[in-house]
Design a protein around this ligand. Sequence first.
Ligand code: TYD
Ligand code: MG
Length: 474
Amino acid sequence: MPKTYSRYVCQQCGRVAAAPMGKCPQCGSFNSMVEEVVREESPVKSPNAARGLTGRTSPRPIGEFGGSDEDRLHVPMSEFARVLGGGIVPGSIVLVGGDPGIGKSTLMLQMALDMAKSQRVLYVSGEESERQIKMRADRLMEKDEKFSPDLFLVTETNLSAILDHVREIKPTLLVVDSIQTVYLPELDSSAGSVSQVRECSSQLRELAKSSGVSVFVIGHVTKEGVIAGPRVLEHIVDTVLYLEGDRFQAYRLLRSVKNRFGATAEVGVFEMRERGLVEVPNPSEAFLAERMINAPGSAIAVTMEGTRPLLVEMQGLTSPTQFGNARRTPNGVDYNRLLMIAAVLMRRVGLKLSEQDIFVNVVGGVKIDEPAADLAIAAAIASSMKDISIRADAALIGEIGLAGELRLPGQMPVRLREAQKLGFKVAIVPKRLRKAEPWPTNIEIIEARSVYEALQAAFHIEKKEIPGRKVAGV
Ligand code: TYD
Ligand code: MG
């Protein structure tokens, strides 16, 4: 073992100190000193250590290297495979982040159970005992299903011991639950600190790259995302997945925010049931299942989650303000976006929202940050304000500009096809200036230049006019 010692390095200016300091003496920034481990390498290095990961440093033509898509390990859970970009890449390290209690351990254990049918899997937990994991696994399995002999469990938090287990068992897949609980004994700081989290994940990455084991690390996100949040690791790992959703609702979205081996922003949809996470292959259908037809304050948006179109119901509610200050309360959409949409509705459409509290909710507990949902949000609010329902057979797509104009989002044909597939007869969309790509013809398309025009088309009344309008049209 090479000798190691700690030093403290300012993350802002690089100043090195022997002891931790609250304020950097060089640049004056606070709490920027982070512990780093220095290993005193013995002068006689092994030939491979001097030559990088593979021990082969001479350049070769690109075609001579292995590493094609066929090398990926097949993942039976197709929503999971989709997010990874088609399967697990051998030797890759994947971070699965998310709030506590959202279902990360459940997802990883299900994946481990599935993968153990064809691979050797080691599941290391620092949070639960083997018995607890076994009990959970019992729940996740079918009644008469047998456990695979290739799934190994161990409760361990010392990373050196974990690496020994890997050497002994030689798995193709390693799950570490969670990175905040493992520690290197050489470091002074406690498990979960930035330096521990970073050092441990660096060692796991080295393990993955040198031995070809695919490593999944679970990481908790704190509310502020500051202390040892998985943010520190994002650049160390190959792929970052986030499991998100409302803890009180069933749907969970697994989103890839970084992927060296596939498209980012790809999303897998799951539902948390009694017996674990169940894949939702048709999320749009699921999200619209409980919709109340012809209720005021409801509009359907078509957003893109990665390469997949998703239809969601936007609900809006306005109610007179009680205490002077009108409140805007979004659930699932961005607060500032809602302020902007409300302002446009006031100034460009003439709705008197200044003395109204506004609530917006995305049904299903998903978060929508795509501007293409603006029009549906605006329509839901206007519909509630005027107490007139939106046409039940219409989907609304469009980004709203400050002048009240509508802008065309990308990938319109895919969105329109999905709306049509789910039985929508009409799509209210921004006016096309260039007709570059052909749009589907089996859905009626109403093109609107402005929010006002779109609302006129969307409202479910004979005389298609918004009552109470005072501002001149855009
Ligand atoms: P868990 O995977 O322990 O969360 P994390 O590892 O992200 O902290 O999931 C915890 C929640 O999932 C818990 O509130 C109960 C719920 N759950 C189910 O609803 N059904 C199940 O079959 C399982 C295993 C968990
Ligand atoms: Mg857990």
